[in-house]
Design a protein around this ligand. Structure first.
Ligand code: EPZ
Length: 422
C-alpha cells in the first residue's frame, strides 16, 4: 500500500485546477440505465470510485468508454443483460446502491447487494427502499440482497423523507422520471449534486421541477433519450484545497471554484480570518493575517456546512488561536481523523458527535494512518503546516476522491511525495 510523505514547507503559491464532482458523477453514471440511447459525461474526475462504478455498470451490460484520459465517459445501456449488482462490487462502494432506482424504472426488476456499513457509520439504505415502495415497487431482503420488482412499471406517488438523504433523493428522482404519473419528493436533499442530476435528466427528456429546494415534483414520461452533460465542479475537492493556504499561508487560486457551491463553508473561513475572493478563473484564498481564529462548526445538509469538509476543517482548527467545537450531525462515527491528528500534537477532546479542539502553535510531523477518504486528506493538510515530516499510510482511501493530490499540491510549492508500496 502506498504512502504519502509531506513536509511542512511554509506558504503556498499558485493555481490548483478543481475537477468534476465525484459525488455528482457517481449518480450521473447510473442515469445511463434510464435510457437505451447514449449518455455522455464531460468534465468527469479520474478517480478509483469512478472506475468502480464503470465496472458495476459493465457487469449489468452497459458500455462505458473512458475517453480523453478519463475526462469523458461515453455510456450506453442499450443492451442490459443482467439485473444483479453483486456484493463484491457493491461492498467496495456504497454509491452502487444508485443503480437500484434506474434499473427498476427501466426494466421493472433489480437485485442489488446491500452495501453494508463503512468506516464512518452503519449507513443503512432503508430510505432508498421506502421511497421506491412509495412508487409501487415490491422489496424483498434476502441473503444480503434487495430483490426489487415493479411488474407493471413504477407509478408516481408522494415520497416524504423523515430526514434529508442525498442518495435516497437521487434514487427516488431517477426512478420517478419513468414512473406513470406525478411524483412529489418532500424533504428532498438540496445538494448541488442533486441539481446537477436534475439538469442532466431534464436534458434526457425528464420533466422535473424544484430541484435545489426541499420539494421536487416529477411528471413521469414514457422514455428518456440520450444527452451530453458536464459534471459540476467538485465542491468538496474545492473546499479541501482552499484550506491549504489557510493552514500554511500564501495565496492559491482554485481554478473553476464557485462560491455558491460552498457558501456556508466560505462564511466559516471568513469568520476564521481567511479571505476568499472571486477571480475570473475561480476563487483565490489567503489568510488575512498570520493568525487563524478558532470557530465553531456544525455539519448540516446543504446549504449548511458540508459533513465532507468537517475533517479538513478540524485540521485547520488544530492550528487556530483558541478553542473550537465541531459538531458532526450527519454521520455517527466521523472523527477517526482525530486520534491521528493527536499523534501530530493536536489537542482534541471527542465526546460522541462533538469534538472540542484547542489550537496549538505548531503541529509536529509524525507517521499517521488514513482511515477514510476525507480523514486522509485532513492528515495531508495538517502535514503541510506541521514541523518536519508526516507519513500518511493507506492512501488508497485518497485515490477514491482526489485525483493527482500530490501533483496538485506540488504545483503550489508543497513538499510532498508518494512512496509506492509501503
Ligand atoms: C452522500 O452519501 C455522499 N456520497 C457522502 O459523501 C456525503 O457525506 C453524504 O451524501 C452527506 O452529504 C455520495 O454522494 C456518493 P445520506 P449518502 O443518505 O447519500 C442516513 C464522501 O466523502 N441514512 O445523505 O450515503 C445515513 O446513515 C461521501 O464523498 C439512513 O439512515 O448520505 C447518514 O447518517 C461520504 N438511511 C444520513 O442519513 C438511508 O436510507 C445522511 O446520509 C440513507 C441514509
Amino acid at each position: 500500500m502506498d504512502s504519502i510523505i509531506v513536509t511542512g514547507n511554509g506558504p503556498l503559491k499558485g493555481q490548483i485546477p478543481i475537477a468534476g464532482a465525484k459525488n455528482a458523477c457517481l449518480t450521473l453514471m447510473p442515469a445511463t440505465l434510464l435510457s437505451d440511447e447514449p449518455l455522455t459525461l464531460t468534465n468527469a474526475p479520474r478517480l478509483s470510485d469512478i472506475r468502480t462504478m464503470t465496472a458495476l455498470l459493465g457487469s449489468l451490460g452497459a458500455e462505458v468508454s473512458s475517453l480523453q484520459d478519463g475526462k469523458v465517459l461515453a455510456m450506453s445501456s442499450h443492451d442490459l443483460n443482467n439485473h444483479t449488482a453483486d456484493y463484491d462490487i457493491v461492498r467496495k462502494m456504497r454509491a452502487s446502491i444508485l443503480v437500484l432506482g434506474p434499473m427498476l424504472a427501466r426494466d421493472g426488476q433489480a437485485i442489488v447487494s446491500l452495501p453494508g456499513g463503512c468506516a464512518i457509520g452503519a449507513r443503512p439504505v432503508d430510505l432508498h427502499l421506502r421511497a421506491l415502495e412509495a412508487l409501487g415497487a415490491q422489496m424483498d431482503l434476502r441473503d444480503g440482497y434487495v430483490h426489487a420488482k415493479a411488474p407493471g412499471g413504477l407509478k408516481g406517488g408522494i415520497i416524504e423523507f423523515p430526514f434529508v438523504s442525498v442518495g435516497a433523493t437521487e434514487n427516488a428522482l431517477m426512478a420517478a422520471t419513468l414512473a406513470k404519473g406525478t411524483t412529489v419528493i418532500k424533504r428532498a436533499a438540496r445538494e448541488p449534486e442533486i441539481v446537477d442530476l436534475a439538469q442532466c435528466l431534464r436534458k434526457m427528456g425528464a420533466q422535473i421541477e424544484g430541484e435545489g429546494t426541499d420539494t421536487i415534483t416529477i411528471q413521469g414520461v414514457d422514455r428518456l433519450h440520450g444527452a451530453t452533460h458536464p459534471v459540476v465542479t467538485d465542491r468538496i475537492e474545492l473546499g479541501t484545497y482552499m484550506l491549504a493556504p489557510a493552514i500554511c499561508g500564501g495565496e492559491v487560486e482554485l481554478l473553476g471554484g464557485r462560491r455558491d457551491l460552498i457558501a456556508a463553508f466560505c462564511d466559516k473561513l471568513d469568520e476564521a480570518g481567511v479571505e476568499v475572493s472571486e477571480t475570473e478563473n475561480g476563487l483565490s484564498v489567503r489568510r488575512r493575517d498570520d493568525h487563524i481564529k478558532a470557530v465553531d462548526v456544525t455539519t448540516e445538509p446543504f446549504p449548511g456546512f458540508p459533513t465532507d469538509l468537517q475533517a479538513q476543517m478540524m485540521a485547520l482548527m488544530c492550528t487556530a488561536d483558541g478553542v473550537s467545537v465541531l459538531e458532526e450531525k450527519i454521520f455517527e462515527n466521523r472523527f477517526m481523523h482525530a486520534p491521528e491528528l493527536m499523534r501530530m500534537g493536536a489537542q482534541i477532546d471527542v465526546h460522541g458527535g462533538t469534538a472540542k479542539v484547542t489550537g496549538v502553535s505548531k503541529l509536529k510531523g509524525a507517521p499517521v494512518m488514513a482511515t477514510d477518504l476525507r480523514a486522509s486528506v485532513s492528515l495531508i493538510l495538517a502535514g503541510l503546516a506541521a514541523e518536519g515530516e508526516t507519513k500518511v499510510s493507506r492512501v488508497y482511501h485518497l485515490d477514491r476522491g482526489y485525483e493527482h493530490v500530490v501533483g496538485k499540491l506540488k504545483g503550489v510549492g508543497a513538499l510532498i511525495e508518494r512512496i509506492p508500496g509501503q
